[in-house]
Every structure is written in C-alpha cells, then in structure tokens.
Design a protein around this ligand. Structure first.
Ligand SMILES: Nc1ncnc2c1ncn2[C@@H]1O[C@H](COP(=O)(O)OP(=O)(O)O)[C@@H](O)[C@H]1O
Ligand SMILES: [Mg+2]
Length: 246
C-alpha cells in the first residue's frame, strides 16, 4: 500500500514567507495536505492561522514561496458564522449559489435542502439567524459552504464560543463530511479537544512555521515539548511570556 507521502497533495505550501509591514508572520512555512484528510493547524492566537486560510483561499498572496492547490472549489466556515441576519436560512444559502453559479431555481432549491440535511438542520429553512443558537448559526454557515459542493472546506476556530455538546455536534459533522463526501478539511484552532476529536493529522505552528507534525495518536501520546506543552495548555502562556520578554 502506498504511504501518505506517495500520494498527490491537494494543498502544498513550500517556503512561504509573509509579512505585514515589518512583522514577519510566516517564515519559510512548508506543509502538505492530502485529499480526504482532516488536518488541524494548531497555534496560539496571533500565530498566523487565519492568515494561512486566507492564503489557501487566495485572499492573500505570499511575499515569496510557492502555494499549489489542486482543487476547484473551496468552502469557508467563518469564525462568527457571517450570516445575513435579515434573511432566512434558505435565502442565506441560495444567495451564495445565485451569485456564483447559473443554476436554475429548482437546482438551487435542491442544493439548499440537501446542504441543510447534511448538517441536520432542515427544519430551520424558513427561520432567520436571530432565532437560532450560535452553534446552529455556525452549522448553517457550513451548510452554505457545502451547497457549493467544495472539494476543500476551511474552518477558522470552529469550536470558539460553542458549549461542549454543540462543539461536539459540529465536530461529528466534520467527520461525516470526510466519510460521506470525501471532503478535505483544514481546521485552524487552538482548542485541544477539537484537535483530538477531528484530526487525522496535526500541524503545530510557531515562529511562522510548522514546528511539529504527526497523527492524532502521536499528538496525544508524544511527550516531546511541542505536543506535550500544547496538550497541557501551557503553550499559550509560554508564548505570552516570551513576547513580554522581547
Ligand atoms: N491585514 C493585516 N494587517 C496587518 N497585520 C495583520 C493582518 N492580518 C493579520 N495580521 C497580524 O498577523 C499576525 C497573525 O494574524 P492571524 O493570522 O490572524 O493569527 P491567528 O489567526 O493565529 O490568531 C497577528 O499578529 C496579526 O495582528
Ligand atoms: Mg485567527
């Protein structure tokens, strides 16, 4: 059986540098993501995680280095849902399709229903975001992304602001998308529970590049400093101390 390294990548970053003004955020960042895997990129706040998602989706260009994406369509699940509050769930999802495809009304309506079923929120179709919990709003924004039939779904801090059972539901959705529709997912998060629930592989980002990577099992069991300190949640504190010393 071919090893993971022999497969063709769906996302490949090679020596990517990116600065904002004089601040170097990504420094010779390299990593590979393979089709149908769920990869979490873990790092403290301000380490450049959202920036990586913007590079993958083409919203930002690197200063140097190479980014290769072998996929046509992306979906993006935003940190705060980003739904239009005055529009129904149906309209929030169909609007994205009306703007980016030339599907008929009938096709659009089918896609809306199908994507809501996938996140198990079919009953909310005529409701407005304000009538739904934060967790449901997040799942609607994921349904909106899924309606475009993306090959890659990008999640920015999916569990932030959710209570544990709601986060767990969202995480089950993420695993189901991989198993049922073969979706490739990139999840940026600093939440250790999310990392353990969804990851096929974990990449730890620090100082602008990947300082550790391994399988979920390795992340859980490796006692070397990076995954160990991250698991014990000391990581964020350590980084803060280091920044204060500078
Ligand atoms: N558009 C921007 N202009 C200037 N600085 C930015 C911009 N976007 C992000 N940054 C800075 O780059 C660093 C990484 O940001 P970000 O990718 O949002 O981190 P994370 O998502 O890991 O919290 C932070 O120091 C942030 O302040
Ligand atoms: Mg961020």
């Amino acid at each position: 059986m071919p090893g993971i390294e022999d497969q063709q990548t769906i996302i490949n970053f090679e020596n990517v540098d990116l600065s904002f003004g004089r601040k170097k955020v990504l420094d010779a960042l390299s990593f590979k993501i393979f089709p149908r895997e769920i990869v979490t990129i873990a790092g403290p706040s301000g380490s450049g995680k959202s920036t990586i998602l913007k590079l993958i989706s083409g919203l930002l260009k690197p200063d140097s280095g190479e980014i290769t994406i072998r996929a046509g369509r992306f979906g993006m699940a935003f940190q705060y849902g980003a739904l239009f509050s005055s529009l129904t769930v149906r309209k929030n999802i169909s609007l994205a399709l009306e703007e980016t495809t030339n599907f008929s009304k009938w096709e659009i309506s089918g896609r809306v229903r199908e994507s809501l079923e996938t996140v198990k929120l079919g009953h909310t179709i005529n409701m407005c975001p304000g009538e739904l919990s934060g967790g449901m709003q997040k799942r609607i924004s994921i349904a909106r992304a899924l309606a475009l039939h993306p090959e890659i779904l990008l999640y920015d801090e999916p569990s932030t602001g959710l209570d544990p059972p709601t986060a767990a539901k969202l995480e089950e959705d993420m695993l189901r998308f991989r198993d049922k529709i073969g979706l490739t997912s990139v999840v940026v998060t600093h939440d250790v529970e999310t990392i353990k629930h969804v990851s096929d592989r974990v990449l730890i980002l620090d100082k602008g590049h990947i300082v550790w990577q391994g399988t979920n099992e390795e992340f859980t069991n490796d006692n070397s400093p990076y995954p160990a300190s991250f698991r014990e949640r000391k990581y964020v504190e350590e980084i803060k101390t280091r920044q204060r010393r500078v």
